[in-house]
Ligand binder design. Sequence first.
Ligand SMILES: [Zn+2]
Length: 104
Amino acid sequence: MTTKEQLKMLVELIRTLWEEGRIQTSHDDPAKDDGPLLNSFLESMEEILSCDNAKCPVCGYDDFDGAPWDLNGSEASQTVTCNNCGSSWDEVYIFARRENITKG
Ligand SMILES: [Zn+2]
C-alpha cells in the first residue's frame, strides 16, 4: 500500500468518525467549535489526495513537459506545460521518507 493510499484511508476514517459523532469538535461555547477547522483540513486533504498528477488539470491530456526542478528544503517544485492545450502549472512534491539505507 502506498503512502497516498494510506493517507486516503486515514482521511476517510477521520471524516467517518467525525460524521458519526465519535470525534467531538463542538463545545458548550460555539466560538470554540473546531468543526469548521477540521472540515477545512479534511477538504484540503481530500483535494490533494484526489489530484491525478498524470493528467493536465485543464484538459485532461496526459502528455506534458516539465521545466528543471527547483529544490527548496523538503519541497521540490517544477513548472509543467501541457503539450495539448498549452496550460501550465507548478507541481509541488514534499519529501516523504528515506528507504533502503545502507550503512557505509
Ligand atoms: Zn491541457
